[in-house]
Design a protein around this ligand. Sequence first.
Ligand SMILES: [Zn+2]
Length: 267
Amino acid sequence: MSNSMGNMIGTINRAVKRTDEVCPIHGTSLVYIQGVKKVKPFCMRCTIEQRDAQDKRMHEEYKVSRFRGYLKGQSLVDRADTFGYTFATFKSNTGTSEHYAKQAARQVAGTYLKQPDKKFNCLFYGNAGAGKTHLAMSILNAVNDNAEPMQRCLFLSVNKLIREMKNWFGDKTQVWSPKHVAELVHKADLVVLDDLGAESANSQATSFVQDTIFDIYESNQRIITTTNLSMDDLYKTYHSRLVSRMQEGGAGHVIDFSKIRDKRRGL
Ligand SMILES: [Zn+2]
């Protein structure tokens, strides 16, 4: 300890004076600082405990924002209201195919939630408007809100991701470099790749798209992919090793939405 620091502490110690009042919690004398008239007598132990509690609270809040805040802070969505999709807002009647899809998605959410180290991918495929994005985000929200220990969740609209990455190649001051994407996906505990195929409308995916998607599957083994393409079209659009990557993890994780009518028409 430097001399000046020692002198300063010595001065403070000499300035701290006991009073006759006693802390009802600790039974120790309250003190005041000589020369500082405006401060009421206080308990040293209470003061230290309050400061420690505040430190702990700030540390907790920081941890929560790093984990639970990951979803809204790092994701790429087409529309902000996508974040509001939950199982509670997914309406389905018992016995219908959408009810079956919801049940299957709930199972998937439960497994990701309870087994943070289990590595498997999911594929939701079938026609547009069947609720794939809604259920994929519902899984993320369920895991984001309930996982203990907390898990970092990430939602990436593939179309938007490819656009952002192309922007980066044109202007390297932009955020979405291949390195940024790889780190973001690697750090996440659960990822949704939404609407795969939209970026390649009716043609075989470019090698840039294929490489980008492949890198994402390399960086994380807990990915839910949604696509409006049929299985046949998936194989026509992407390399077969990519399509098999999407399905890695076994039965129950590939859900066919093609029998579900368009929910958005509200019929
Ligand atoms: Zn006290």
